[in-house]
Structures are given as C-alpha cells and as structure tokens.
Design a protein around this ligand. Structure first.
Ligand code: MTE
Ligand code: CO
Length: 425
C-alpha cells in the first residue's frame, strides 16, 4: 500500500517536473499546486462519493447549484429601504466569473413586489399616436422575427451610496445592481410598425403590469433603434423577478427604463414627466438644479476579486485579479489596473466575448510580494469614453448626486490579505 502511494506521488512529481521542463509557461502555476510527495488523503484515500452510487437521472427535474455553493446568493441591506416590497437585492459579483449572470442570481429591484402573471393572461397594448391600436398575446409576439442579444442592465442607483465616500464593504453592495443576460425577444420597432406610427409620435411611454405600474418615457429614436420586447433570458422564459412574461430591454440605458411585466406602450408627442423621471432618476447638480433624462449608463468597471467579500487567502505569490467592465455607449476597448492607488497602471487582459453594451471580463495576473495594495481598475470604451476618478466626477457633479456614479473604485488589501472599501483623494 505504502509503495503504491509512494509511486503515485513520485509519478505526480515527475509529471510536474517534466511539465516545467517542457516549458509550461504559466508562471507560478506549478508553485501554487501543493507538493504531492507528502501524500494527499483526498487523492490517495477512497472517498465516500467514490464508493456509493449517487442519485439517478431525473431526480432533479430542474437542476440547482451544488449544496456546497449555498452561500452564493442575492443579498439585501435591510436598513436601506423601509419595506421589502419596494427594495433591492444585490448580485453576488464576487462569486461569479465570465460575463453572463446566472438567472437565479440577478439583482432585483421592485417598486411593488413581484407580480405573478400567467403568460396566458398577459397582454401588451399599443395605443396613442398610432394608425391602429393593437393588443398582443404572448403567442402573437412570438410570431414576429426573434433576435438574441447579450446586454448588461445597471440600475442608475448602483454605487449611489458611494458618492460622498466609501460606504458599503463588499462589491456585491457597492456594484451589485448589475446583471448581464442573453435576451430573446422581438425588436420594438416591428411592433410599432405593425401599429403604424403617426408622424407626431416622438416618445413612447412604457408601463408595467405590477402593483407599482411603473412608467417611463423613452425617445422614439431609441425605441426604433435597439429596444427589444423580451420574453426569454439565458435561453428560458424570464424569471418572475425579471418581469415574466415580458420586459422591455433598453440596451445601455438606465435599468429603471427596462419596464418589467410590460403591458402597455403609448406613443405620444412629448415625455410624460412621470415620477420616475422627475422626482427620481434626476441628478441634483451643485447649483441646485436637477439634470433630467440621463439615459445612457457611463463607462465603468470594478475589481470583483480580490474585494472585501473575497480576500486573498493564499499569501504572497501568484495572484489573479479579475473584474467586470461595461459601457452604455458600446464595447469595452481596454481596462487598466493599478495596485498602488492610481500612480502606475498596467493594461489588463480582456477575456471572453466582447458585445456592445454587455459586461466584459478582465484578468490581471501578478506576483504579490505581501505588501499592502490599493487596487483600482479604469475602463475605456470604443467610443473614447474613459472612467473618471471619483474626485473628477465630484468636481463636475458635486456631492448631491445619487445616480450615475461611474467613479473608479479603490480596494485596500492589507498585508494579511483582508480587503476593505476605501477612497483615496
Ligand atoms: N419595472 C416594473 N414594472 N416595476 C419595477 O419596480 N424597477 C425598475 C426596472 N423596471 C421596476 C421595473 C428598476 S429601478 C430597475 S433597476 C430594473 O427594473 C431592475 O431590473 P431587475 O429586477 O431585473 O434587476
Ligand atoms: Co433601478
């Protein structure tokens, strides 16, 4: 028995060695694997799951994550809102990789709770400045040409708590009003053309069927450009939390406009000045005036790991920094990383598909010498926009704002690997 273990350990050592000699160029990769010579019981001992058959096929008709991943969940900040009916839960960005948000982990923002609508009972109406008013069933909508697109959705209030300084200790809470999904649906322009737009029609009012009956005005140019009436996300029907059976997708624009449980589109000649575009979702400037209609989400990025909820636990040596970048204006062209609070920058490696108005994943591998770090990321998009520092942002917008904070985030990494939300000015 001992002999066999030894020979296994030896052959593994031999494999690692020949791998290195063979020129495997991933610096530190071998070093970060544990030396096998001492024996690894999880390799050498037969484990329980290796001895008995598991549950058979069909026992889990709708698959769930592993029981060992139960900590990967949306979270709320209870003191943030008075009631869960109009509140928000946050995406666990530090637990995710790639660019697609798993359907069950998308942050939720509801103003009147989750509407539970049977798709057979759902109707979409188009009225106002059109040649003929129309009412569609879900089956009617699925007879128009369908398209698939990957888009991010960011609430305009994402990072809103961070305007005046570092507040919430976790990327889930500072940046987690963000998700990125593959949508399937029909271009809004096909539905508007079917109804026949009158020439005076310059704006669309989108209305939700939930108890908040959320309404937003959208310029006709955007409605005829890339807006989608979506019935699927990540290949299956929308989740109730995301507006089942129908939601409006307004690529690159603030999440509030992406009306869920979409039931009505009215065509008009001017914006409606609803609550969500006057009292809310306007930006109070230093001169006391409120800026309206800041539709597009600005270029932004954040390091998701390391971050306060994801400290460095392996000590010094080979370390992977990763994060997300996005822009409402187009695709991300470059992300720079600083480990010294913005004094020096290195260009990160963008990986995975690059879609316009979608999340982009970046990585930066480096050798951590164990000293304290001030981690930052700075994104640039293909339209020439560059993510500003928080000071730059405040010099233009003042300190009264809540919405549209795309400032550079700083994480402090201590010598012990513990990470905290900080701000350097
Ligand atoms: N649509 C309806 N009908 N009701 C709502 O409360 N909330 C809006 C928007 N659409 C809302 C809605 C806001 S503020 C945001 S940020 C997004 O939906 C959130 O989408 P999500 O819940 O899929 O993350
Ligand atoms: Co919102």
């Amino acid at each position: 028995m001992t002999d066999r273990r030894d020979s296994r350990a030896l052959s593994r050592r031999h494999f690692l060695k020949s791998g290195l000699l063979g020129g495997v160029a991933i610096a530190g990769a071998a070093a970060s694997g544990r030396a096998a010579a001492a024996g690894e019981p999880l390799i050498t001992d037969v484990q329980e799951w290796n001895q008995f058959p598991g549950e058979g096929v069909g026992t889990r008709p709708y698959g769930q994550p592993s029981q060992f991943e139960q900590h990967v969940v949306r979270k709320t900040v209870p003191w943030l809102t008075a009631d869960a009916i109009s509140s928000v839960s946050f995406t666990p960005l530090h637990e995710l990789d790639g660019i697609i948000t798993p359907s069950g982990l998308c942050f939720e923002r509801h103003h009147g709770g989750i509407a539970e609508i049977n798709s057979a009972d759902h109707r979409l109406m188009i009225n106002g400045l059109v040649e003929k008013q129309l009412v569609f069933t879900m089956a009617d909508l699925k007879r128009f040409p369908r398209e698939n697109h990957v888009y991010f959705l960011e609430c305009a209030a994402n990072s809103g708590m961070e305007w005046r300084g570092a507040q919430l200790n976790g990327v889930q809470f500072t940046h987690g009003m963000l998700h990125c999904l593959m949508y399937t649906g029909v271009r809004l322009k096909h539905l508007l053309n079917e109804a026949g737009l009158r020439t005076a029609g310059k704006w669309i009012l989108a209305e939700g069927a939930d108890a908040s009956a959320m309404t937003r005005s959208i310029p006709i140019e955007k409605a005829l450009d890339d807006c989608i009436v979506a019935f699927a996300m990540n290949g299956e029907a929308l989740r109730p939390e995301q507006g089942y059976p129908l939601r409006l997708v307004v690529p690159g624009w603030e999440g509030n406009m992406w009306i869920k449980w979409l039931r009505r589109l009215e065509v008009g000649d001017q914006p409606w000045q609803q609550r969500e575009e006057t009292s809310k979702y306007t930006d109070l400037l230093p001169n006391g005036k409120a800026r309206r209609f800041t539709f597009a989400m600005d270029v932004k990025s954040v390091i998701t790991n390391p971050s306060p909820q994801s400290p460095i636990t392996h000590g010094k040596g080979h370390t992977v920094i990763t994060g997300l970048a996005w822009s409402g204006a187009g695709a991300i062209s470059r992300v720079d990383i600083s480990i010294d609070g913005g004094r020096n920058w290195k260009t990160a490696r963008l990986d995975g598909p690059s879609f316009s108005k979608a999340l982009h994943r970046f990585y930066h591998e480096f050798d951590w010498d164990g000293s304290e770090l001030f981690l930052q990321s700075r994104a640039m998009d293909d339209q020439g926009f560059i993510q500003p520092t928080k000071d730059d942002l405040r010099s233009v917008r003042g300190a009264n704002s809540i919405y549209h904070n795309n400032g550079i985030q700083t994480w402090h990494v201590g010598k012990d690997g513990v990470v905290e939300n900080v701000e350097i000015s």
